[in-house]
Design a protein around this ligand. Structure first.
Ligand SMILES: Nc1ncnc2c1ncn2[C@@H]1O[C@H](COP(=O)(O)OP(=O)(O)O)[C@@H](O)[C@H]1O
Ligand SMILES: [Mg+2]
Length: 242
């Protein structure tokens, strides 16, 4: 059990809308007013057809992009009222992101890649982050491989480095956009298990986009987007409450 209150509200969306190309002839609204609440304990899949708006929604929730309208609270803080510097700071401390392609830096070791987010903020990482990076690499099964460069690791191992990197700041929220889409089924299952483990042990809310029903079926909750609307939000949680 984590030190956090599992019922704590992590994300609250109210009437969230997103348009692209505003003011141009090609202007298009992609998200049409999304509402939902995500708590610490949540381990949720975001599913929907290609083009339904999953990546757009994840980018807005990850504070990488701004909503066109509506409210987005992260840990109760109104991100829609923040300037870019405030949003960047909040993203750095509270949000971890894992993409389909890991975006590791090839010239850096696994350890340095995990430490990257802390280096961007303050130059040289504090010793406690170095300790935590070793610990995270051990937790994702990469003990002894800390000094390897990405090209000396398998695809599954590289994605596990990306998971460790996403967690270095101990974020409240882990967002993943088709994180296993590029992996064989065994590596995909292993990476999925890591999300599960960190959701339980760190108490970080997880929202992951996946096309794989074998993975979404194992989530506690499934959010389904259809043409930019949240069509359903189904809890499939079984077993004892955590
Ligand atoms: N930068 C952009 N500019 C214009 N349209 C975009 C942009 N990004 C995505 N879209 C459009 O928004 C819709 C949703 O895309 P996306 O969020 O990538 O969906 P998904 O991840 O579910 O496949 C699609 O119609 C896509 O073409
Ligand atoms: Mg997408």
């Amino acid at each position: 059990m984590s030190e956090h209150d599992s019922e704590q509200e992590v994300l609250r969306l109210e009437g969230l809308r997103k348009s692209y190309n505003i003011g141009k002839p090609t202007e298009v609204e992609v998200l049409h007013g999304i509402d939902f609440l995500l708590r610490r304990r949540d381990f949720a899949a975001l599913v929907g057809a290609s083009g339904s708006g999953k990546s757009t929604l994840l980018n807005v929730l990850g504070l990488l992009d701004r909503p066109t309208a509506g409210k987005l609270y992260l840990l109760g803080k109104p991100t829609h009222e923040m300037d870019d510097a405030q949003r960047t700071a909040l993203r750095g401390s509270e949000i971890g992101f894992v993409f389909q392609f890991h975006h590791l830096i090839q010239a850096f070791s696994a350890l340095e890649n995990v430490l990257m987010p802390m280096m961007v903020i303050g130059g040289r990482p504090a010793p406690k982050y170095v300790d935590r990076a070793y610990e995270l690499l051990e937790q994702v099964g990469l003990r002894g491989l800390e000094q390897r460069r990405p090209d000396q690791l398998s695809g599954g191992q590289q994605q596990r480095v990306a998971v460790a990197r996403a967690l270095i700041a101990r974020p409240a929220l882990l967002l993943a956009d088709e994180p296993t889409g590029n992996l064989d089924s065994k590596s995909a299952a292993e990476v999925f298990e890591l999300f599960r483990k960190f959701n339980r042990e760190f108490g970080c809310a997880v929202l992951l986009v996946t096309h794989d029903p074998r993975l979404s079926d194992q989530c506690d909750r499934t959010l389904t987007l259809v043409d930019g609307n949240l069509q359903s939000d189904v809890r499939t949680e079984i077993g004892p409450a955590r």
